[in-house]
Design a protein around this ligand. Sequence first.
Ligand code: ADP
Length: 427
Amino acid sequence: MPLLGCIADDVTGATDLASMLVSNGMRTVLVLGVPEPGRALPDTDAVVVALKSRTAPVAAAVADSLAALAALRAAGAESILFKYCSTFDSTPAGNIGPVTDALADALGEPIAIACPAFPANGRTVYQGHLFVGSKLLDESGMENHPLTPMRDSDVVRLLAAQTPHAVGLVPRATVAAGPEAIAAALADLAAAGRRHAVVDAICDDDLRTLGFVAAERRLVTGGSGIAMGLPEAFRRRGRLASLGEAAAAPAVAGRAAILVGSCSRATRRQVAAGRDRFATLILDPIATPAVEPLLAAARAWLADRRREETVMIVGSAEPEAVARLQAILGVEAAGELIETVLSTLAVDLVGAGVRRLIVAGGETSGAVVRALGARELAVGREIAPGVPWTVARRPEGRLGLALKSGNFGGDEFFADALAACETGDPA
Ligand code: ADP
């Protein structure tokens, strides 16, 4: 029976969180989509349910999150973690605030912790302000995100715009004073009528301290960093028997492909590095802003490739080109066009024998795994902070998947990922 039940608002957020739990010794399985009623969840320490709710309409995001919560509680999960992006990707309509409110109400949690910090990837929260490296969030490139442009850096203010409830802050000085000080601050904020508490964290030690507080609560929310201290805190409190080698993705070799839907700076650098290594197709959605001609062009290009070639197909573009496509189609339809083309190509490629697939982009990865019909992923070793190898078992055999959130990974991530998949984890 899982001790920890997690609900992630997109699939790369789920893989990121699963990787954090596995790296810290908790056996973790990733379930893609809301589990069907009555479906037995895996017998493991933690289950992460990956939704595609980050940019869904609010009502759908809330309904899916509550359905996931019901499945996790029915399976016996005692603690619930709502995972969103470490850059707090959302809009004034949500969905972080509304989903947190719905989960807190369902769980009877008086005040929900919100901490998007993930220092290993440069995301820190100080005085409620979210930094990416040395830049405030709204100067980090995230202000140009195609779907969730982040134009403020104050997490208290960002969250307050998404909820009717009051939002408070637990500042770094309190976090540094230890778990008891944090718990007391949360109690004070709750007594003062706050239903949300943004908690500062600027380093891994802060997150480990916060883990001891989080382990005692029914609901915590944040980036994957919020899970860093949980396994050890559960173990020390006797709720988890032991921590051990928890990576469990078998090796997968064979044909490889890379699909790129993220327009983030890090991904664009990875594409630039990958162009020298892989047979590369850059889609031109501005010339043909429709699914069929884009697919036809990609299929014709693929037909000319040699079987052993690793292919990279890129839908994403520089901010100016994204803006031009959005002006032609609208923001949502532009995103959907690229997601549909890439996910259809994923099905083609796997049908044609691809066994290792890298997908860059959170929304893009969600579209791809949905199209592939994958239901459950074994979680393996970390390739880069926040990105593990995962393996889906399918009737046709194993499929290795690296699902990468846009901003994650170094310049050579694609080559590193393909190598990690071939190696696999110790059995
Ligand atoms: P990230 O992880 O960087 O946020 P996502 O895949 O979540 O990446 O989001 C990127 C979004 O941008 C997707 O919806 C994708 O379809 C869309 N997109 C990709 N390329 C383009 C483009 N050339 N023009 C407009 N939108 C695009």
